[in-house]
Design a protein around this ligand. Structure first.
Ligand SMILES: [Zn+2]
Length: 170
């Protein structure tokens, strides 16, 4: 996946209190991520409002990523707009030798709550792209009523004609 320099955060520049962090998400970066979606999405715009803090070896990043675009309704295949609000709430713990040993010896529930980072730079691209993909609807729907599509079989309206269709070959 394409890395974006704008998505690298220097932990030394993050204060102990949550403050806005300057992260530039460009539309090409988003389009690249959305290529991993099972259905095509034509992304049109993206913006982010993110805050970060670094305290007690833990970097917290909270906020939202908003984007919109167009996709096909999974039922009637008509073009429909899609507006996604990705909630970001990430905690990353600085990886130390001590923590390494703790993980090997005892994987406590506390450890499971965190992702880890090494050094002073955190590359957010992969973490954020995972969150974006998780926020996508499994089957995008148009705002209209799609029930009248001929090949769909409404549960309350069985018909001989429809039930004779072989779902494997048709
Ligand atoms: Zn539809």
């Amino acid at each position: 996946m394409k890395k974006s320099m704008d998505l690298i955060v220097d932990v030394n520049k993050i204060g102990t209190v949550l403050k806005p962090v300057n992260i530039n998400l460009d539309i090409d970066w988003l389009k690249n991520i959305l290529n991993n979606c099972e259905y095509p999405i034509n992304a049109e715009s993206v913006k982010s409002v993110l805050n970060a803090s670094y305290d007690n070896d833990v970097v917290t990043i909270k906020g939202n990523i908003f984007f919109n675009g167009e996709t096909d309704c999974s039922i009637c295949l008509s073009n429909t707009s899609i507006n996604i609000n990705v909630e970001i709430d990430i905690a990353l713990k600085k990886q130390t030798d001590k923590i390494n040993t703790e993980i090997k010896n005892e994987f406590t529930s506390d450890d499971l709550e965190f992702e880890y980072f090494n050094g002073n730079l955190i590359e957010l691209s992969e973490i954020i792209s995972d969150e974006i993909l998780l926020a996508l609807p499994l089957d995008p729907r148009c705002p209209g009523n799609c029930k009248s599509i001929p090949y769909l079989i409404p549960a309350d309206e069985p018909s001989k004609e429809i039930s004779s269709i072989n779902p494997v070959t048709d």
